[in-house]
Design a protein around this ligand. Sequence first.
Ligand code: KG4
Ligand code: ZN
Length: 347
Amino acid sequence: MSKPVTILAIESSCDETSCAISRDGLILSNIIANQTIHQQYGGVVPELASRAHIQHIVPVVDAAMKKAGCTTTDLTAIAFTQSPGLIGSLLVGSEFAKSLALALDLPLLAVHHMQAHVLANLIPNDPPSLAPAPRRPVPSFPFLCLTVSGGHTQIVLCHSPLHMEVIGETLDDAAGEAFDKSAKLLGLPYPGGPLIDKYALEGNPARFSFPEPQIPGLNFSFSGLKTAILYFLQDHIATDPGFVYANLNDICASIQARIISILLNKLKKAARQTGIKDCCIAGGVSANSGLRSAFRETGLTEGWKTFIPPFEYCTDNAAMIAITGHYKFLAGDFAPLSVSASARAEW
Ligand code: KG4
Ligand code: ZN
């Protein structure tokens, strides 16, 4: 019997330090260290993120190895997030991965963070933190993925694990930014997305109406929505300074409903244009409870098979880097030790 493919994967593109171990594509461990220090600054401070990664990376890798029951001799390859992201954050993970590959004489797998978000949908088991971790259904190729994160909003046509096409993307803000900037206008702390989600659960989404931008094709725009929310709040606060406090749940529900309809109307259009019926969501914003249920409902009316990663695989995590590394390993797509991290990268 041939040796199983055991991959140690590292994710450090923004403010989560994460390490996962996969064996033959199954996730054995997925440890994530969050950074709370940024909350007091209203956004991620790159220099502080790099320093926190340096503090977290050794304990996180150690915990992932222990949870997986692995020793270094079990490992077959080292995967890491090469791009895109904050350069200082990426450098911590990439230099650590390269050092490990060099010391253990193992091949290196350089992973694109946004491709990895998409491939989180191919992870065949629930997070090991939710023991027991049962098998999950995965989409068939070709499938569509709506990838919605803090920096990106894309509709991706996925032909095979390593052959993907971006067929629609945002022209300005990402969906996550739309959530976070709206939250900031409401005086909520960073990151505001999960808080809007929480308040929206108690609110009436039909109470206030925000405009849907008319962008041709499959592209998105969220900057107009942000401006509309700003003017809406200024007008109401001018006559009633307590307006936000008194109506927070309904405002959040109405903003969230509009962001979701912008996203899902484009995904519907993409599915109709391509005739594809296997549809996924991915990225931090796919943790949004309103988006998750609206996506499932849209799937029922449109006749789609819908796939949503568990929460732990939606926000930044190394399990998605491990599954992408696994497919790269099978394809023999290795990176040289001279590879460097990059803040921006086409794919
Ligand atoms: O994928 P991710 O963890 O990091 C990036 O690659 O950007 O996405 C982070 C984004 C943030 O904008 C955050 O506010 C948003 O995902 N987010 C949410 C929720 N959880 C995270 N947005 C709305 N509702 C949520 N429950
Ligand atoms: Zn991400």
